[in-house]
Design a protein around this ligand. Sequence first.
Ligand code: ATP
Ligand code: MG
Length: 325
Amino acid sequence: MLNTLTLLVTLTLMTLWLVRRTIAQPLSRLVTGVRALGRGELAYRIVEDPSETELAELAREFNSMASSLEATGARLMREGEERLELERRLRESEKMAAIGKLAAGVAHEIAAPLNVISGRAEMVLKRQPEPPERDRNLRIIVEQIGRITTIVKNLLDFARRRQPDLHRIDVCAVLDGVIEFLDTELERAGVTLTRDERRPAWVRGDPDLLHQVFANLILNAVQAMEAVDGERRLAVRVRPGDSGGEWTTIEVRDTGPGIPESVRGHLFDPFVTTKPNGTGLGLAVARGIVEEHAGRLEASPAETAHGSVFRLVLPAADVTEAARG
Ligand SMILES: Nc1ncnc2c1ncn2[C@@H]1O[C@H](COP(=O)(O)OP(=O)(O)OP(=O)(O)O)[C@@H](O)[C@H]1O
Ligand SMILES: [Mg+2]
């Protein structure tokens, strides 16, 4: 009886040991492997058992799946890096093309005043004219140097634009500052200003850079209206919370002759100008600044019959701030 009992206990213990060795341990190794894969450790492999059991087969299958996962992961990573590199090269070549275009524009813009300067300087040197004639030539030289200085200054503004320092600001307060800054120009040109705005109009913006944008738009409007004899009216309209509160729209409308046909469609490109002393950089700088504010600046061609309308759309501050938490 005792012997039978001992035999039974021994058999049970041996069965348990066998179950543990052939089922529980391989299963636990499999679970550890699955967990490691789950953590992204794609190089993890289970120690394989050379036997022909189903669990040993499962472990081999697991390892081969892990190998193909690892290879796929590496391939995806490589492809991602290649795509990034391709995009970087594309951006670089676009930038080089833009710089080339800009350099050609600069050369063209500066060539005319340089010709005048060298022509006049040569004339003064050769003929040694008397004071009135000499002074007239020297004045022309100084004027043309001034023109080159303006081109270079505006170009630097365009090229070395700093990143906007964004704050929650009332765009109407920025407009107050610009209008005060330009009041002599407005008065001298006999321009009547009307303002229609819902105050305050909060946007996320850089007040100094937005000042530059509004000053460019208003100066353009004043210069355009100088060409008309009739009423010269500048209307500024601010609408906070357009499109479900996400955008603030600012409109600058004038009663000038409208955008000249010859520059429509490329108004915002650098060096596009119809003015004898213009550099054609004002709107290019303005659009660049607005885009860095994640906004839009456009002229409304449909409404140019009675002057021009420039519309600026900026992200409203409250929404942006809520989205940022
Ligand atoms: N309000 C407007 N009405 C009519 N035409 C405009 C108006 N604003 C801009 N334009 C046209 O767009 C052109 C480009 O304007 P932009 O401000 O870029 O350069 P610019 O005014 O000619 O030169 P700068 O700004 O360097 O003095 C102008 O020369 C003008 O023909
Ligand atoms: Mg201008």
